[in-house]
Design a protein around this ligand. Structure first.
Ligand code: FAD
Length: 421
């Protein structure tokens, strides 16, 4: 692989890497994607948000996704101790896509990177990046192939889209503690989920543990009665449910009546996986001759399925800037990329924090929230976390506080029989 072959090296062929490779190749840039694994490969993160669709469109990847025949998704349903409620993303404050898909990532990621290749990106699988030398004009990466052959690649720009590999965060000492409490996820895929009229397969189902509101469940239906199922909670609290991954899984599924019922006739198609320590952050998302996208930069929490949306958003923001930098323009990476990207991540963070401290659960399970407020919340949960016209974006924590307080007072007055707040 000679330098003349590529202007941009992209580390990692997940959604962020595929999207920026597709965008830059479409602009005529010579792009090389290096990916350590071989596709298709399993990855977690299967429930997309409608905001993704616009970014897939920008990358020229929407047709590929629409043609794949994935399970459509139009919202999120919630269950807690026999109560149930739902948010329909089609009823939302921000204009744009209100529906999306639930995707098996092995297939989704494979299709995206093949589509990027069809647009002209060069993709090499089985190549691991092991070292990096930052430089504003000629950054270098060291790579090793599966036979142990090492080489050095030079480009004009490097994009780190290595996800949980966190290549430049490690090599450039950018890592900083995530502000989330350490949590663990247990998950698997199942087949043979019974089709039940009361279960809306076009929504992700989120359940809350009956005795511990900090533990939550997901059920992401795929086509053909298959689904992704998972449980998430603080690591130490999860470990109290059994001595092995399988024992914890069974005890946790048995504890939630709706999940126990829906999964009754199903069979796991892969071993139960246990993953912890996935929340991560970095001190900065850019440096001389490089940028960090998606999970290679910051990852918050799985609860609102924001990961792939943030990955695609970061690719959409970065692609034109990389192109302009290669054309000789000086780019303000902090002002044009990092600050705007982090703004939406902060919106999601406020929602994630409010989920775990109970305020958002109070809001979501409150039946009488006014329609305009519901639509503002729906917009965020649909991924429109960057829409500054939505007060839940510009001042998330204060609006969540006020609304949770109102919902609590209404619920209390209803319980005491007065009927008004
Ligand atoms: P990735 O998809 O991780 O891709 C990175 C690629 O880089 C990989 O293919 C990897 O092999 C490659 N790589 C790594 N190191 C190297 C190296 N040294 N050299 C070369 N290649 C390398 N998100 C959602 O949107 N919806 C969900 O429902 C959802 N659920 C989740 C549930 C859990 C339990 C967790 C932990 C996360 C979830 N996420 C979800 C988040 C989602 O998994 C990620 O946000 C998303 O995959 C990030 O995409 P990416 O392109 O940044 O990285």
């Amino acid at each position: 692989m000679s330098e003349a072959d590529h202007e941009v090296i992209v580390i990692g062929a997940g959604p962020a890497g595929a999207a920026i490779a597709a965008q830059l190749a479409s602009r005529g840039r010579r792009v090389l994607v290096v990916e350590r694994s071989h596709f298709p490969r399993f990855s977690i993160g299967e429930s997309l948000l409608p905001q993704c669709m616009g970014h897939l469109e920008e990358a020229g990847l929407l047709n590929t996704v629409q043609a794949a025949g994935y399970q459509p998704k139009n919202g999120a349903a919630f269950t807690r101790g026999g109560e149930s409620t739902a948010i329909d993303f089609r009823h939302k404050f921000t204009p744009g896509w209100g529906t999306t898909f639930q995707v098996e990532r092995a297939d989704f990621d494979h299709r995206l990177i093949e589509a990027a290749r069809a647009k002209g990106a060069k993709v090499e699988f089985g190549i691991t990046v092991t070292a990096f030398r930052a430089d504003p004009d000629r950054p270098q990466v060291d790579v090793v192939d599966e036979s142990g052959n090492a080489s050095t690649l030079t480009a004009r720009f490097v994009v780190d889209a290595s996800g949980y590999g966190r290549v430049l965060a490690r090599l450039e000492a950018l890592e900083r503690d995530a502000r989330q409490a350490p949590r663990t996820a247990l998950f698997t895929h199942v087949e043979g989920c019974p089709v039940e009229p009361s279960h809306d397969r076009e929504k992700i189902l989120i359940g809350v543990h009956p005795d511990d509101a900090g533990i939550w469940y997901w059920l992401i239906p795929f086509r053909n009665q298959r689904a992704s199922v998972g449980v998430v909670g603080q690591t130490e609290r999860m470990s109290a449910y059994g001595d092995s991954t399988e024992a914890r899984w069974q005890a946790l599924i048995d504890a939630e009546p709706r999940f126990r019922q829906l999964l009754g006739g199903s069979r796991p198609t892969r071993p139960i996986a246990e993953l912890g320590g996935y929340s991560a952050d970095v001190t900065r998302l850019h440096g001389p001759g490089y940028v960090l996208l998606g999970n290679a930069g910051e990852f918050l929490d799985p609860v609102f399925s924001s990961g792939v949306t943030i990955a695609l958003k970061s690719a959409s923001l970065a692609a034109p800037l990389v192109d302009r930098q290669l054309a000789g323009e000086a780019i303000d990476w902090l002002g044009r990329f990092e600050a705007p990207l982090r703004e939406g991540i902060e919106t999601f963070r406020a929602f994630v924090d409010a989920w775990y401290d109970g305020r958002l659960q109070t809001i979501i399970f409150h039946a009488d929230a006014p329609r305009d407020i519901k639509e503002r919340i729906s917009a965020i949960l649909a991924g429109y976390a960057w829409d500054r016209r939505n007060p839940f974006v510009t001042d998330s924590a204060r609006h969540i506080d006020t609304l949770a307080d109102l919902c609590e007072r209404q619920a209390a007055s209803r319980a005491s029989g007065s009927g008004t707040a």
